[in-house]
Design a protein around this ligand. Structure first.
Ligand code: UDP
Ligand code: 7WV
Length: 465
């Protein structure tokens, strides 16, 4: 009897927004190419959001991270959360695999987030293939790889760091945990540990595009063969192979798109600054105030995502005072926003998903990185792709309102804008080409599917289209 699917992947994301989105999107892509996918979410996420899919080939399975009532917020510390996620999550994952063993299409491969290297141990315990999935830029992964293998020292000595395949990096361009190791020791350990067993994984998948990071992909590939499979952005915005696929489909924050889209539809083309710091970054109060005042003083409209937990840091009366040109929302339909004609620039924290999204929509950026991988993403934006400029921080670590204003003006008008937009269009073309049939990412996804299908026996691979 022929199998219905060429393979069955169990996808295990790190349970944060920026890690769920790319893995979910990768699963949709696998499903459209004949693979069945089970997507593991935590009991906490499942209970609070109850996400569902209509697609029989893509289903959610639930696992416990040890914090079923409150998720990460329930944990006493980052290291407590990560330890329980590993111990409880490993067992739960094993149960999910076992439950499926007698089904017509049992799980054949575990695709686990690089933040969860123990995913490979679970895969191997059940005799399955294991593919590690990196959600961050290849350059970022390579910096951590080199440090883990003792090839790059930390703390860095000297003002500049040379990483093969990357421009010369200042300490402020490095991932924040490297530049200031004492800041988040548990997260530093987490990102370095991604490499603890990467050499034992059957496949290394990276959510980037070869053409965006060719030199560093080549450099890292010499030491650690990898497949670039990105960008994991809904198909509607790229190859349109799945025209209905317009959103990621799993927002960890309450989303009401219509206030945003209605407001945007009243704004002239390229008149709006879109401001967002993603799902995690918290700005110091004085930084929020500087930003608020620069938006208030600017000549442009603005749409600012301020998550509920950040709201108290806004100046009093700010919403009222700026209501003629500004809209503040707690969470936005970001892809739709970036695709809107009304948007003129993206003031961003340079999270990797946001960065790729802005590239795909050719929206020029003002980079205001906060922590983790964001400084290095900002470096790529400013100095490698030249699709944005990064704000300068003063001696107290603050970005002053005049500086934000200066950056906004140069991204919104004049010669700088023309150059940034021209570059952005070029990169968008390359990115689209990479994911369309025959492109670098498309071929790598094909290779991956071919390999995991072969493990089921030759018969199934005939089913591939
Ligand atoms: N996002 C969104 N609405 C918002 C803000 C962010 O849908 O109001 C999405 C954004 O499109 C991206 C993800 O959340 O896909 C954030 O990921 P990123 O890597 O940019 O940053 P992180 O949240 O991990 O810091
Ligand atoms: C979630 C938790 C911790 C980190 C990240 C996400 C990230 O940078 O992707 Br360090």
């Amino acid at each position: 009897m022929k199998e219905k699917y060429v393979a069955h992947v169990l996808a295990v994301p790190y349970p944060s927004q920026g890690h769920i989105c790319p893995m979910l999107q990768f699963c949709k892509c696998l499903v459209s190419r004949g693979v069945k996918a089970s997507f593991a979410i935590t009991n906490y996420i499942s209970n609070t959001l109850n996400p569902k899919f209509d697609d029989e080939c893509l289903r959610f399975v639930t696992i416990s991270d040890g914090y079923d009532e409150g998720g990460f917020m329930e944990a006493k510390s980052v290291s407590d959360y990560l330890a329980r996620l590993e111990s409880v999550g490993s067992l739960a994952l094993g149960d999910a695999i076992e439950q499926d063993v007698d089904s017509p299409n049992p799980i054949t491969c575990v695709v686990y987030d690089a933040f969860l290297p123990w995913g490979l141990n679970v895969a191997k315990k059940y005799g399955l293939k294991g593919a590690v999935f990196f959600t961050q830029a290849c350059g970022v992964n390579y910096v951590y790889y080199l440090i883990h293998h003792g090839k790059l020292s930390m703390p860095v000595n000297g003002p500049w760091v040379d990483v093969p395949g990357l421009p010369q990096l200042g300490v402020d361009d490095l991932p924040s945990f490297v530049g200031a190791p004492e800041s988040y020791l548990a997260y530093l350990q987490l990102v370095l540990n991604q490499n603890s067993n990467v050499d034992a994984a059957d496949y290394v998948l990276v959510n980037t595009v070869y053409e965006l990071e060719d030199k560093v992909v080549d450099a890292m590939s010499n030491e650690c063969p990898l497949l670039t499979i990105g960008p994991t952005i809904p198909s509607y915005y790229l190859d349109k192979q799945r025209p209905w696929d317009k959103t990621y489909g799993l927002d960890l924050f309450h989303l009401d798109p219509s206030p945003t889209t209605n407001w945007l539809s009243t704004k002239p083309p390229r008149s709006v600054i879109y401001v967002s710091f993603g799902s995690m970054a918290c700005l110091p109060k004085d930084q929020m105030q500087e930003l608020a005042l620069s938006l208030k003083e600017s000549a442009y409209n603005f749409l600012w995502v301020v998550r509920a937990c950040e709201e108290a840091k806004l100046p009093k009366e700010f919403v009222y005072d700026t209501s003629s040109k500004g809209l503040i929302v707690r969470w936005a339909p970001q892809l739709e926003v970036l695709a809107s004609e009304a948007i003129g620039c993206f003031l961003t924290h340079c999270g990797w998903n946001s960065t790729l999204e802005a590239l795909v929509m050719s929206v020029p950026m003002v980079g205001m990185p906060q922590w983790t991988d964001q400084p290095l993403d900002a470096k790529l934006i400013e100095d490698v792709w030249k699709v944005g400029i990064r704000v300068k921080v003063n001696e107290n670590g603050l970005v002053e309102r005049e500086e934000i204003g200066r950056c906004i003006v140069s991204v919104m008008e004049g010669e700088t804008r023309s150059e940034l937009v021209e570059n952005a269009k070029k990169w968008k073309g390359l990115v689209k080409k990479a994911i369309c049939q025959g492109g670098s990412s498309d071929r790598n996804i094909g290779k991956f599917i071919n390999n995991i299908s072969n493990s089921l026996g030759g018969e199934c691979s005939e089913n591939r289209t």
